[in-house]
Design a protein around this ligand. Structure first.
Ligand SMILES: [Zn+2]
Ligand SMILES: [Zn+2]
Length: 260
């Protein structure tokens, strides 16, 4: 059994064939998923009802992505308000996310990203929900904000972790889980393969980040939850264990972190 701990299947990319996507996931043994919803995307929030009608075990994380932080930079309270409303309206919300900092694409001003990230951590603490962190080329600011806002009290996960062993150590020491995606299957991701070997079994999660990040040999196509099995397989090879064992360990971690 497997869980895809990060996918965007309530997005428009899956509207046309959601039934088939979920059927393939079930067939592959993927019994659960954490579906990411953007708090500022009304159609996606609505589509969650369609996902739940087809996949009873689906759970949700809701947040304002750093790419969208620009709209809230001057009105940070509005970000928390929007998010709080969306979480209150979704009884299967189990996390706040994805939230964080993305200095790679810089689609929103960095000060707005930081402000909105802080606001959402505060709300997560108020609601006692773990957080799903998106951090890209923003390592120091991410860890400083997590520490200053006492995010360790609620914990959570660095999703689609692509850092090196040093950053992994830092995230683990701060009390967070690491979620590995299909990037771990890329031949040149040597440092990430080293991370896959060092993460303690009780802190590891796996994800697809569908529709993004299709693993080898599907690179360049739309990704989907069934392919999380390939991520587990790659990690199992690196850790010298079985695909099924990685599946069960990460499923257990998932249920502990995001209470079923
Ligand atoms: Zn992300
Ligand atoms: Zn994502």
């Amino acid at each position: 059994m497997f869980v895809d701990s990060h996918c965007h299947i309530a997005g428009p990319e899956f509207a046309a064939d959601l039934d088939a996507v979920i059927a393939r996931a079930r067939e592959a043994g993927v019994t659960q998923a954490l579906v990411i919803l953007a708090a500022d995307d009304e159609p996606e929030l609505q589509q969650a009802a369609v996902v739940s009608a087809r996949w009873r075990e689906a759970r949700y994380a809701i947040g304002i992505h750093p790419h969208a932080a620009g709209a809230f930079g001057d009105h940070p309270a509005r970000a928390a308000g929007r998010l709080g409303g969306a979480v209150a309206a979704q009884p299967l919300a189990r996390a706040i996310g994805e939230i964080g900092l993305d200095y790679h694409y810089d689609l929103a001003p960095r000060d707005a990203q930081r402000t909105v990230f802080r606001q959402q951590i505060r709300l997560a603490r108020d609601l006692r929900l773990p957080i799903v962190i998106h951090s890209r080329e923003a390592e120091d600011d991410t860890f400083n904000i997590l520490a200053e806002e006492s995010a360790g009290e609620v914990g959570g996960v660095f999703h689609c972790f692509t850092g090196g062993r040093e950053m992994a150590r830092r995230a683990l020491d701060a009390g967070f889980h690491l979620s590995l995606s299909g990037i771990v299957t890329f031949p040149r991701a040597l440092e990430l393969k080293a991370v896959a070997k060092m993460v303690p079994a009780d802190r590891l999660l796996i994800e697809t980040d569908s529709p993004f990040l299709a693993p080898v040999p599907h690179r360049g196509t739309r990704n989907e939850p069934a392919r999380v099995v390939g991520v587990a397989e790659a990690i199992a090879g690196l850790r010298g264990t079985t695909t099924e064992a990685v599946g069960l360990e990460t499923l257990e971690n998932f249920n502990r972190l995001f209470s079923p």
